[in-house]
Design a protein. Structure first.
Lengths: 236, 236
DNA sequence: CGCACGTTACGGTCAGCGCCGAAGTATGGG
DNA sequence: CCCATACTTCGGCGCTGACCGTAACGTGCG
């Protein structure tokens, strides 16, 4: 199959409303069952199963069987990044700010959510802003950078920087990270390995918690205190 | 329209083989007419016109009229980045290297081409490698960085760094740039504002030249000498 | 061993859309 | 002024594919 045909197939698979809903539901990086995804897309489980099969054989998704459950997840990080970039275009094309709060669920998503493997929403932007203000992070739309003081700062918070050291460039030992434009805040926040490390550490240490079956994130009192006192982050 | 519906519409628009061909033809950043795009996609002009209309009203493309010609181009850089990320997934899903040279045109594309606004193919990777070897650039899959010596180096080559200074972060004045994974070389090269600046400068100074109606790039003798002697780039 | 749940397979219906031929509209040149 | 060119609009054909019934299959639990 030519590259062009593959391109079209991938985009077409992402272009069906039902499949798009399921893909977005998988954007939090977790693995979900066909029934859960069917509910998310508003279709019957049989139909969802067919969609999932097609996306799996195409290589967009991967499945792992656990007992009588089959868990589906995004196959690779680059798939997540692709979905993110499509959402980015969709956000730019959306009406210039409908500003009517669509509901409590939507409000929770705007406040804090995961963007595949890192924080987004107001939380993600606030953390990035705080790190920039403290001089620990530099961020442009092209790229981001964790400074030397930033490495120390995160280390003091118990964050394991070792896995990220491997991503340092050889010469200067700087930690580079990917910027990610938020669709609700329309502001840059931290993605890539650095963003993922912060998100993982926050979840592991009880600073934040995943909410039920959504991408929304709950900030625990402990987390709120740390974000406020250590980061100086404005969390609304 | 909800974000989800917009997402699906955008992906679906990119998912038709004919439209996908046209979008990829526009990936060199230039503006093309409906007839040219029809030829690229292998369809009749009237069919192409319909497709172009839909993509324009959706906001993926923009048109500008010049006499009896209507030039179509990608509406925003984020659209180009979206297409790039889809190609990225397609490249990962493609068979592990069909290695049969598909033809001279394809060979030219592999050697040197534009990727919206910067160089890709063997040329793009070789330039990035050279700058990294000289210690002027640091590059990871998450982000890239032009070092202080890199700023001097490019300045000595007559490259106008002023527009890029605006993209420097305020604190350290470092120039950050976007990494871009090549679909033919499967290696990182320079994108973002820095990659665009290098590409523009090369074209303006006769180091490279665009080939007819394709994305392929021709390296002039002058350019080959500069790339070899100043960059130390292996252009095979 | 059955029952319940989740997933897969099949058949039929229907809407949507890609495509082209033919005709219509603007632009610029002879 | 008329014609050639570039592009668009319209109408109709044909096909793909999304969806849901119903039903079969497999797994794990009681």
């Amino acid at each position: 199959m030519s590259t062009n045909a593959l391109f079209a197939e991938i985009a077409a698979l992402s272009g069906d409303p039902a499949r798009a809903s399921m893909l977005q539901a998988l954007m939090d990086g977790r693995a979900l069952t066909a029934t859960e995804l069917a509910k998310a897309a508003g279709i019957t489980p049989q139909t969802a199963s067919g969609h999932l099969n097609r996306m799996t054989t195409a290589g967009l998704l991967s499945v792992e069987q656990q007992g009588r459950h089959r868990y589906h997840r995004l196959a690779t990080p680059s798939v997540a990044q692709m979905l993110e970039s499509i959402m980015q275009v969709a956000a730019e094309l959306a009406p210039p700010r409908p500003r009517l709060t669509v509901g409590p669920r939507d409000a929770a998503l705007r406040r804090a959510r995961t963007c595949y493997d890192h924080f987004a929403g107001h939380l993600g932007v606030a953390l990035a802003d705080a790190l920039i203000r403290l001089g620990h992070v530099e961020l442009t739309s092209d790229a981001g950078l964790l400074t030397e003081t930033g490495v120390t700062f995160l280390g003091a918070l118990g964050m394991d920087v070792e896995p990220m050291l491997a991503r340092r460039t050889k010469r200067s030992g700087r930690v580079l990270c990917r910027p990610c434009l938020d669709w609700s805040e329309r502001r840059l926040h931290l993605g890539g390995a650095l963003g993922a490390a912060i998100c993982t550490h926050s979840l592991d240490n009880g600073w934040t918690r995943r909410l039920d079956g959504t991408r929304a994130i709950h900030i625990t009192p402990k987390g709120a205190r740390i974000f406020r006192e250590r980061f100086g982050a404005m969390l609304g």
